[in-house]
Design a protein around this ligand. Structure first.
Ligand code: ADP
Length: 194
């Protein structure tokens, strides 16, 4: 299996690049943001609980997202690999993911971290808010809270994988195709070895 984490702050382009990467490499896309929004639209108990946090720009509790990822891994036994998008987002989620993969005799091959300046992030999120229908992109305070949550809780996740020598920084500004090329170059180099 080839397991990849696409990492970066809100608005760094993880969703856009994930769509292209899963098509090229046939990976199973696991986006906790998409999974949570699907729970919300189906009005499940989990979705209603998660919505309270998401509307404020706060992270959803670890046990909720870890449970969702655990079920998704079990539901895809034949996958050639997974692309994790928006997960793990806390050190506790990273530790849980390592354990879940270990139970399946697997591990993370690489974390590709999209590098985008803060100024560009805010610009993109505000613009996305005009068209996406995502309420969390439509409010300056919510956007700010998401970026603060990212610095406080999510950036330590990169340290976790840096210790294991698995982090590669990739340029996240420029055209969608150029960024995609930067990502595929790193993946191709590692797929050969694995
Ligand atoms: P973005 O990265 O642009 O903020 P996402 O779709 O990844 O968009 O996440 C939207 C919201 O969903 C987050 O602000 C958070 O409330 C919640 N969320 C998504 N993934 C996680 C996660 N792994 N842990 C906790 N909360 C999450």
């Amino acid at each position: 299996m080839f397991n990849l984490i696409l990492f970066g702050p809100p608005g760094s382009g993880k969703g856009t690049q994930s769509e292209k990467l899963i098509a090229k490499y046939n990976l199973k896309h696991l986006s906790t943001g998409d999974l949570l929004r699907s729970e919300i639209s189906r009005k499940t108990a989990l979705g209603l609980e998660a919505k309270k946090f998401m509307d404020k720009g706060q992270l959803v509790p670890d046990e909720v997202v870890i449970g969702m990822i655990s079920s998704a891994l079990d539901a895809n036994p034949g996958a050639v690999g997974f692309l994790f998008d928006g997960f793990p987002r806390t050190a506790a989620q990273a530790e849980a993911l390592d354990k879940l993969l270990e139970l399946k005799n697997n591990s993370i091959n690489v974390m590709l971290a999209l590098d985008v300046t803060e100024e560009e992030l805010v610009k993109r999120l505000v613009k996305r808010g005009e068209t996406s229908g995502r309420t969390d992109d439509n409010n300056g305070n919510v956007i700010r809270t998401r970026i603060i949550e990212y610095h406080k809780k999510t950036s330590p996740v990169a340290d976790h994988y840096r210790k294991a020598n698995k982090v590669v920084l990739v340029k996240g500004e420029g055209s969608v195709d150029d960024i995609f090329k930067g990502l595929t170059k790193e993946i191709d180099a590692r797929m050969k070895k694995s």
